[in-house]
Design a binder for this molecule. Structure first.
Ligand code: ARG
Ligand code: ZN
Length: 889
């Protein structure tokens, strides 16, 4: 296990390395129990730090010998570092031999085994678990890699770059030599040695170059690789067409592995993926899975330029590559979705994720800037803030300079920095410099506060209409609450995309006072002061302001719209995002009133009428309807409250859902009949939208039926579950039964397990489904706890552990937060147990109690006790220690 040294690392302490490593020649003699690694480097002293010792990082490896220019030298170790002194002042050869034990590596960082094969994960600090090295991203070298392994057990031998030689060795072994011509930091190194099969395709790009694309999976999974291959081909074409960035490798490989800590990894030319984000066919994967595969394949591919060709100077700059690459994959998925409405659906989904994951993070003990100032365990900073908020920061730059301006900015970024390890400042500077005179260039320094300050700003809007003079005045103000270590915040530069909507739905022409030109129906106001007023002239009728269209900035907007105004926006706003937002706000206001009041909720006719109108609307897309008709999540409701009673939120929201199910009964039947389908499966956005709405309708009908002891719809759902031609519909029907606690749910779950027992990713869904069912008399918690004993359950495979534990502790507040504290006791036991196996995974689970301070009693005290119990363990990893320490601070 990683030693708990708990050192705080600070961004301001950055210093260039004392040596550069220019070339690396690695030889691996692969054996699960003891792998020999011979690492031959050419090392060059940094002329700016003459005479400094060379300090190499290492972790959990055994050192055999060290040679400088072929001669043994003396060395010492300091902590986990290997220190060499009195080294030549010119370039020299350094050879280091070590061994490691891949089969004992349960943390899945470095070189490890999974299902009998060898795989690596080096980002962020895994390479030091393979060999001694300057394990930091600003040290870039070219790599030659020789792999030797048993030929029968490991027929496939892969590493970065191009295969230059292969052959057989004595003793049933074989070898392969790979050379990667592109200098790279060691976190992009990868190797795979396993028994795999592949799908491959040759393509010729617009640039006229030929490439070989390969996807490697286990033997039974080849029929699940077509979608990933199509997504890869589409990503390559998109990056060329959109940014002129083409594939710089002859061969591009993706490998699927079932034991993996995160989503996927962009190793140069050899992306390694969690199976969950590669494998998909209609029988085993849902529409959501298909969408995730498309976006993760694109994300990792796009890293080839944003991350690999230009990388990070240090890990504080992580968002340089992650925020930018998330922005790129989101844009790509929108383009793939096609229609304006389908693009808006994708945007709504992305914003929902941001609000569900990042806003709470920014409001809790782990709040950190997009570019953090310090960390203990960098793995804890692969966060929604660095990724999703980082993407929003890039999106705001895009908004401020326009699509063409952003393209120019990207071109300048690569012109300046290709082959370098740089900072977030360098990126922002390039986008601004390519767009002189733009709002971004004019306000670059204040804009960059988005990188430096943590927390979600709140923007308040107040409008007033002067009917006599046809003038509409809009005042916008911003404020930001303190976050850990940052008591005071300077104002942000906030692009507010907006329009004005008449009560009759007409779009009002925008003209600012003192300006001769009309701005059309849509504009972007830039709020950069604590408070600003914008005056619109020639406004013929009192308007409803539609603000923050498309969610143009990651802020909380307090528009204080009346119900009237929200109904106007819901039926008429030209911006689909704000239409959806108005519907959510209407539901949220009702839920909050009940939660703050006596807990009783009765839906008004006007709200129900509006929901019926959306559901039956002749022009709106099914996918959009499904989003509007889905109530805000319990987590999002909790975000709005200073004191959170998870049980109360759950009760109110469930009650609202039942009323919606009952009052719109006829309409749900209509929707089901209109949109359910038995035709051939296609993952496109339109068909997926139909399935989403049909499945929501079915869930509502089953819920209403179960509550009223009417077996008709539960029966229909069971039939649907049996007959479904794809996983989306099968799981949809099963979920409808499970979530309604229908009697038929039990037998259906058993049947599902029997049918898919060989499909690990489907069994994960089976666990999740049971752990996320709406809590009902404590039964869901009891069931989830019992599932720990199921023969298919294991803590060693992160997907499986997450499918049950994250589902319960993170995604099912009412099951987790119990007055008897059993959820917290269970949580603490699992965090401690998993920490001994896989600290990164344990630290993720540890975050489930981040927001304990806002919990109502008795939850608050019980949660603190559980966290304190974890924190009191002397042998915690740095990862978990950092999370629980921050939580208690
Ligand atoms: N760079 C990978 C990505 O594409 C993720 C690596 C995550 N590493 C970690 N230690 N959590 O987003
Ligand atoms: Zn990434």
């Amino acid at each position: 296990m990683r030693e708990g040294t708990a050192q705080l690392i600070r961004r301001e302490d950055y210093a260039a390395p004392a040596f550069w490593i220019r070339t690396v020649d690695l030889t691996f003699d692969l054996d699960p129990a003891k792998t020999l690694v011979i690492n031959k480097m050419t090392v060059e002293p940094n002329a700016e730090q003459p005479g400094a010792p060379l300090r190499l990082d290492g972790e959990d490896i055994n050192l055999l010998r060290v040679l400088v220019d072929g001669e043994p030298v003396s060395f010492r170790t300091e902590g986990s570092q290997l220190v060499l002194e009195n080294l030549p002042q010119q370039p020299f050869h350094l050879e280091i031999r070590t061994t490691c034990a891949p089969e004992k590596n349960t943390q899945l960082s470095g070189l490890y085994t999974s299902s009998g094969g060898f795989f690596t994960q080096c980002e962020a600090l895994g390479f030091r678990r393979i060999t001694y090295f300057l394990d930091r991203p600003d040290v870039m070298a070219t790599y030659k890699v020789t792999l030797k392994a048993d030929k029968l057990k490991y027929p496939v031998l892969l590493s970065n770059g191009n295969l230059v030689e292969e052959g057989v060795l004595e003793g049933g072994k074989h070898f392969a030599v790979w050379v990667d011509p592109h200098p790279k930091p060691c976190y992009l190194f990868a190797l795979v040695a396993a028994d795999l099969v592949r799908r491959e395709q040759r393509i010729r790009t617009r640039a006229g170059k030929d490439h070989l694309l390969q996807i490697y999976v286990r033997a039974g999974d080849l029929d699940k690789t077509e979608h990933a291959m199509n997504s890869l081909i589409a990503s390559i074409a998109w990056d060329e067409a959109k940014f002129g960035l083409s594939l710089d490798l002859e061969r591009f490989m993706i490998v699927a592995v079932s034991d993996f800590n995160m989503g996927a990894m962009e190793n140069k030319g050899l992306n390694i993926f969690n199976t969950k984000f590669v494998l998909a066919n209609p029988a085993t994967a849902t529409d959501v899975d298909f969408g995730n595969v498309e976006s993760v394949v694109a994300h990792e591919y796009f890293h080839n330029w944003t991350g690999n060709r230009v990388t990070c100077r240090d890990w504080f700059q992580l968002s340089l590559k992650e925020g930018l690459t998330v922005f790129r994959d989101q844009q790509f998925s929108q383009d793939m979705a096609g229609s304006r409405s389908a693009r808006a659906v994708k945007r709504i989904e992305d914003v929902r994720t941001l609000r569900q994951l990042q806003f709470p993070e920014d409001a809790g003990p782990m709040a950190h800037p997009v570019r953090p100032d310090s960390y203990v365990a960098i793995d804890n900073f692969y966060t929604a803030t660095v990724y999703e908020k980082g993407s929003e920061v890039v999106r705001m730059m895009h908004t401020l300079v326009g699509d063409e301006g952003f393209r120019k900015g990207m071109a300048l970024y690569f012109e300046r920095h290709d082959g370098q390890a740089v900072t977030c400042d360098d990126f922002a500077q390039a986008i601004a410099d390519a767009n002189p005179g733009s709002e971004l260039a004019n306000r670059l320094e204040p804009f960059k506060r988005w990188y430096a300050q943590a927390g979600t700003p709140r923007v308040t809007a107040r409008g007033s209409y002067d009917a006599d003079n046809h003038i509409y005045t809009l005042s916008l103000s911003q404020r930001s609450a303190p976050t850990p270590g940052q008591p005071d915040k300077a104002p942000y530069v906030i692009p507010v995309a907006m329009g004005l909507v008449g009560r009759d739905g007409r779009q009002i022409n925008l003209q600012l006072e003192g300006h001769l030109n009309s701005l059309g129906h849509d504009t972007v106001l830039v709020l950069s002061e604590p408070e600003q007023t914008f005056t619109f002239v020639h406004v013929p009728v009192e308007p409803v302001p539609s603000l923050l269209r498309g969610f143009s900035a990651p802020v909380v907007l307090e528009a204080e719209h009346s119900d009237d105004a929200l109904f106007t926006l819901l039926s008429h706003d030209h911006d689909p995002f704000n239409r959806w937002e108005a519907g959510q706000q209407l539901a949220l206001n009702r839920i909050l009133a009940a939660v703050r009041g006596d807990g009783y909720i009765e839906l008004d006719a006007r709200y129900l009428h509006a929901m019926r109108e959306v559901l039956r609307h002749p022009e709106l897309d099914a996918a959009f309807k499904e989003l509007v008709l889905t109530l805000p999540s319990e987590a999002y409701v909790a975000e709005q409250l200073d004191v959170v009673d998870p049980q109360r939120i759950h009760t109110v929201r469930e009650s609202l859902k039942r009323q919606l199910a009952h009052a719109l009964h006829e309409d749900w039947i209509w929707a089901w009949e209109q949109f359910h389908d038995n035709g051939a499966y296609s993952p496109d956005a339109r068909s997926a939208g139909h399935r989403a709405l049909a499945n929501l309708a079915l869930a509502m009908l089953v819920l209403d039926g179960s509550l009223r002891q009417n077996p008709i719809w539960p029966g229909k759902a069971l039939q649907r579950f049996k007959d479904a031609t794809n996983m989306t519909d099968r799981l949809g029907a099963l979920q409808a039964l499970v979530n309604a606690h229908a009697e038929l749910a039990g037998p259906a779950l058993e049947r599902f397990h029997a049918q898919f027992k060989g499909e690990a990713l489907v069994i994960d869904k089976w666990f999740t489904l049971q752990a996320t069912a709406p809590e009902h008399d404590g039964k869901v918690f009891a069931r989830a706890r019992a599932l720990m004993q199921h023969p298919d359950f294991t803590l060693r495979t992160p997907n499986r552990a997450r499918s049950l534990l994250m589902a319960l502790c993170q995604s099912n507040p009412a099951a987790f937060h119990r007055t008897d504290a059993a959820g917290y006791v269970f949580w603490a036991d699992r965090v401690i147990e998993i920490d001994g196996i896989n600290p990164q995974l344990a630290a993720r689970l540890a975050r489930a109690l981040d927001h304990w301070r806002r919990l109502a009693e008795p939850y608050r005290t019980a949660a603190r006790e559980a966290i304190s119990r974890v924190a009191a363990r002397p042998e915690l990893s740095d990862d978990v220690r950092e999370i629980v320490t921050r939580a208690l601070q």
